[in-house]
Design a protein around this ligand. Structure first.
Ligand SMILES: Nc1nc2c(c(=O)[nH]1)N[C@H]1C(S)=C(S)[C@@H](COP(=O)(O)OP(=O)(O)OC[C@H]3O[C@@H](n4cnc5c(N)ncnc54)[C@H](O)[C@@H]3O)O[C@H]1N2
Ligand code: MOO
Length: 426
């Protein structure tokens, strides 16, 4: 009997401790995380492998582009002064016996007042203008080709000058740029083979819960398939990190502690999901305390995901996201993502909050600001955001059509259709 009471008391004590949590606003939480984050080391990767990576140094053009004067159209290269007086009644007629194509190295010997030229071909020094082939008339006299220029055109027309696109030694891509096809085409144009980028961090994802099973297993009664770990792995990979996702581990402090320690040995930071609330079997905060981890925050004034926590442990950050899928998602989006993007070296790592017109009522009052999975679209120039029904924290359905989180302010009775709210794309 006494033993039983003692056990119950111990349980209460644990819950009381967990309830005395370090609460922060979303902004304060992000600020604390960034304060404890560093950029990744730098490594070299081949240009072909650089997509999705973040540039670690400013990129300066190593030569001008174009690097030679070149034709922008298929036609004829001429000297403008030769055709300046041309009219349809008195066209300038020239003998054209030579052609220059892209990759041609030089002009054959001889007198060439005009040459046949093709797009991308060098416009040699003696010429300054290209006339499109559609604007001339070709004729032949005794087997010799002549071209009639009936219009004067403009000096320099259809000639791309050296450096007209990019001058030499110009900063074109700044450090911290996320490399996609449009940046890679620039680097490739300068013959770049390898580029310095920030190394991908490795993140460990540890789902916690006795009730969780892996795909492929037959679902036991009252169990469910582990889904948060897969979602987190997908998010991490989308953003450019490596991920080691663990199979779900049970609600046992020793196992949680062992797994976190194992992951801390190699991961740049870790994420657990589940077991972080105030219930008897939510051991994560106790384990972190036992590991002498420094809490950055252990509660956030938001819904879902109020129990979202973060620690500094062994000089690394550990995130502890709620088990409820939407709470886990919101915790990732609001906290893990900015920290990860900062660590990855991105210039832009904060989530953009934008104003949108709420296109549906959110009746639920909340003590904390609420991030509701929503669908946003522009209609007739106005951005509307529609909260998706069934947005309970544990529900999955709202993920199907969500492309935004809309932010319903705390207090009152939620928010009404037509009200302006903040939202972020997801
Ligand atoms: N007395 C109180 N109870 C709860 C509070 C509170 O303030 N006082 N907060 C509630 C809130 S809010 C949330 S959110 C949850 C968070 O609990 P945990 O983060 O400890 O998560 P669990 O209890 O482990 O799981 C919650 C729910 O999610 C399912 N789950 C867990 N992990 C996964 C996973 N990897 N994949 C899919 N689903 C998962 C789990 O089975 C539970 O159904 O606490 C409230 N309670
Ligand atoms: O914060 Mo909980 O995540 O509302 O369900």
């Amino acid at each position: 009997m006494i033993k039983q009471l003692l056990l119950e008391f111990r349980g209460c004590e644990m819950e009381t401790k967990k309830q005395a949590r370090r609460i922060v606003s979303v902004d304060k939480g992000i600020e604390l995380l960034l304060l404890h984050s560093e950029r990744q080391p730098i490594e070299n990767v081949s240009l072909a492998e650089s997509v999705g990576r973040v540039l670690a140094n400013d990129f300066f053009s190593t030569f001008p582009l174009p690097s030679f004067r070149k034709a922008a159209m298929d036609g004829y290269a001429v000297t403008f002064s030769d055709i300046a007086h041309a009219t349809p009644d008195k066209p300038v007629v020239m003998r054209v016996t030579t052609e220059v194509k892209a990759g041609s190295m030089d002009l054959p010997a001889g007198d060439h007042p005009a040459v046949r030229i093709y797009t991308g071909a060098p416009v040699y020094e003696q010429y300054d203008t290209v006339i499109m082939q559609e604007a001339v008339v070709a004729s032949e006299e005794e087997g010799i080709p002549f071209i009639h220029f009936p219009f004067p055109s403009e000096r320099g027309k259809h000639v791309a000058e050296i450096g007209e696109d990019i001058l030499e030694d110009t900063c074109i891509l700044v450090k911290g740029t996320l490399l996609s096809a449009k940046e890679i085409v620039i680097l490739a144009s300068f013959g770049v083979q390898e580029i310095e980028v920030y190394r991908k961090p490795t993140v460990a994802v540890i789902p916690i819960g006795d009730e969780l099973q892996l795909p492929g297993e037959t679902l036991r009664p009252y169990h469910l398939y582990e889904s948060n770990g897969f979602m987190l792995e997908a998010k991490l990979k989308e953003l450019g990190a490596n991920c080691i996702r663990y199979a779900p581990i049970p609600d046992e402090p020793a196992c949680i502690s062992r797994t976190i320690q194992l992951a801390l040995n190699y991961a740049d930071f870790i994420i657990t999901t589940g077991g972080v609330s105030v219930g008897k079997y939510d051991y994560v905060l106790d384990v972190m305390e036992e590991m002498s981890a420094e809490p950055l925050f252990t509660k956030v004034s938001m819904r879902p995901g109020a129990p979202t926590s973060a620690f500094k442990v062994q000089n690394k950050i550990s995130f502890h996201l709620s088990g409820n899928p939407s709470a886990c998602f919101v915790g990732f989006e609001l906290f893990v993502k900015p920290k990860l993007l900062f660590q990855l070296g991105c210039n832009k790592y904060q989530n953009d909050k934008i104003e949108a017109n709420l296109d549906g009522d959110v009746k639920k009052p909340s003590a904390y600001p609420r991030y509701v999975r929503s669908f946003a679209e522009i209609r007739k120039g106005t951005l509307y955001v529609t909260p998706l029904s069934k947005d309970q924290s544990g529900n999955i359905a709202a993920f199907a059509n969500a492309n935004a989180l809309c932010l319903i302010p705390s207090g009152g009775n939620g928010a009404a259709k037509g009200q302006m709210v903040q939202m972020l794309w997801i």
